[in-house]
Design a protein around this ligand. Sequence first.
Ligand code: GYE
Length: 326
Amino acid sequence: MKTMKKIVCILSTLMLVLCTLGCSKKAEQPVEPRLLLGFSQIGSESAWRIGNTRDIEACAEEYGVSLMFENANQKQENQIDAIRRFIAYKVDVIAFSPIVEEGWDNVLNEAKEAGIPVILVDRDVSTDAEGLTKCLIGADFYKEGVMAAEYLIRKADSLGLEHVNIVEITGTENSTPMRQRQAGFVDTIAGDDRMVILESIDGDFLKSRGAECMRSLLGTYGSDIDVVFSHNDEMTLGALPEIEKAGFVPGQDMIIISIDGGQEAIDVLKEGRINCVVECTPKLGKELMETALKLKAGEEVDTLIHPVEEVFSDEQDTSLIAPRGY
Ligand code: GYE
């Protein structure tokens, strides 16, 4: 009986010790994130960019991805530094939105040597080297330029215009959306003799620059301007008050075409001061998380992912446009 008691006592002490050990081990163990993702954002230049950042942060949380987020404040060198920090930190996957297309070869080679896959988000890079990035998740900017021009051709037809003078306010020089939106637009109006581009001017995707550019264009061409084609909503919103100050009614005296489709621009479209907004969705977070998780798992990914986008214009009942969320 005595030995029995002893055995029970020893066993329960042992169980207590084991349990305590097990429990304390559990409490000390950090919860492993599914994935550590380093993301270098361009900056905060537009409602589009802020919507894009919010979407990526929300999706990272939803997918259980630990996000190292860096804002480059519109400077390529800050993006290069951020990518180097991600490499030093040994993140699982690097993603970034390159502000311009050229100048990434060195840092991308460093990521490749470290064995870290790179995803391009929103914008592309231009390089002769093979295999520096895994894929691009972003809009079809060329198609956006085409859709803007197709709207303009329909509008000119409906108004019976015989000659159409266009001024173009472009996005950041040498960026993918600037190059491709311009190319899509120019290629599409090329077959239409009525269309003339008076001037293309760099507005850097900024509202303040949009206003400056518009002032300068109005100073040079005044009432000769029939159309303002602006590469993003921010620049359009900067240009509109300048057009009004110069005594013109935007949407009537001048056809206003914008790209992005943020809520503020859609509200102005509903007022009739913008005629057409080509959608460019900033909601790329879901695709980014799913692609990054696949890469971590060593799976193949699509090399090009374009979201589906539409056109909002005075050709439709604009009161039916759903809230945009950015
Ligand atoms: O159109 C603009 C932003 O790269 C698609 O960048 C993006 C562009 C967008 O600042 O508003």
